[in-house]
Design a protein around this ligand. Structure first.
Ligand code: NDP
Length: 297
């Protein structure tokens, strides 16, 4: 997305932790007239040296710009700030973009509060570590006020060029955000389990990482087939049945037991496979495990 239109535009940013400071730098580097505020004032010094204006209070920061981005430890902290009397009374006509992690209820509640004070609200989720903020391929998720999003999307592209908008409901982006991190960190946890097992055979974590790229490729090949099968309800076990996967995973689990290593992700996977078997999906494709996962709630 083209962020060149952001030259000379104003933005305010509240929250200058590891992530907030990276957001601040991206705004500054893209030519924004940036005002920042952080609860612990000392944390403002570095970005002020780089060109931001340090606000004297949260309300001062809100008043300074039409766009307010918040990146505090969680949405509850963001709500606390927005509900301060002098902040709430400054929200009229402002667009608030909240990139703090939090629940869907928090997002919807904060949205209603901002709107009731004459502001517009967009919730968001950052899909990277601070080091990747500002890069064209970096993804951020957004949902909430569609007019406000249209107005500010070029500016928001300064934070990460892969801007994903999920519609008017401010609860959608945080739901997808939480689901994506559940997926990602499940993969990270299983990578560590795999690396620990491979290390027992003298393979270093770095060497295992290099080799494991083939499984990332396999995942990228397998998942479209899985979702295609779910859409078509085509579950024949022509590739590998639930029963075949289950038998293989018992061997995997034994390997961990022999090495006295923990394998919580493998245990969870076996649990889901056994649930699928219990409802008669043993001969069917691995895609049927999705039904077992959903039935768990
Ligand atoms: P940090 O712990 O580095 O910073 C937390 C920030 O929140 C600080 O500015 C802190 O202020 C502020 N804060 C905490 N409690 C309050 C409060 N009650 N009132 C006002 N301000 C408060 O966290 P990050 O910067 O890493 O993370 C910020 C958000 O970004 C989180 O929601 C996180 O989940 C999300 N995120 C972070 C990623 C990362 O890789 N770091 C990746 C994706 C999302 P003070 O300096 O005064 O303590």
């Amino acid at each position: 997305m083209d962020v060149s239109m952001s030259k000379g535009r104003k933005a305010s940013l509240i929250g200058l932790g590891a992530m907030g400071a990276a957001l601040a730098r991206a705004f500054i580097q893209n030519g924004f007239d940036l005002t920042v505020w952080n609860r612990t004032a000392a944390r403002m010094e570095a970005v002020v040296k780089e060109g931001a204006r340090g606000a004297s209070s949260a309300a001062d920061a809100v008043a300074a710009s039409p766009l307010l981005v918040i990146c505090t430890i969680d949405k509850a902290a963001a709500a606390q700030i927005l509900k301060l009397d002098d902040v709430a009374s400054s929200l009229m006509g402002k667009t608030v973009v909240n990139l703090s992690t939090g629940s869907v209820d928090d997002a919807r509640g904060i949205s209603a509060f901002v709107e009731s004070h004459g502001g517009r609200y967009i919730d968001g989720g950052i899909m990277c570590y601070p080091r990747d903020i500002g890069k064209p391929a970096t993804s951020l998720l957004y949902s909430g006020d569609s007019e406000a999003f249209e107005e500010w999307k070029e500016s928001l592209a300064a934070l990460g060029g892969d801007v994903r908008y999920f519609g008017n409901d401010p609860g959608t982006a945080p739901t997808v955000y939480l689901a994506l991190y559940a997926f990602y960190f499940g993969c990270v946890a299983s990578f560590f389990e795999g690396a620990a097992l491979a290390e027992r055979a003298g393979v270093t974590p770095e060497s295992f990482r290099e080799t494991s790229k083939m499984m990332v490729d396999m995942l990228n090949d397998a998942l479209p087939d899985t979702t295609r099968r779910l859409e078509l309800e085509e579950f024949s076990g022509d590739q590998a049945s639930i029963d075949v996967h289950h038998a293989g995973q018992l061997v995997v689990r034994d390997a961990y037991r022999v090495e006295n290593l923990s394998c919580e992700v493998t245990n969870a996977y076996i649990t889901y496979l056994e649930r699928a078997q219990m409802v008669g999906d043993g001969p069917n494709d691995i895609a049927t495990m999705y039904r077992a996962v959903k039935g768990a709630s």
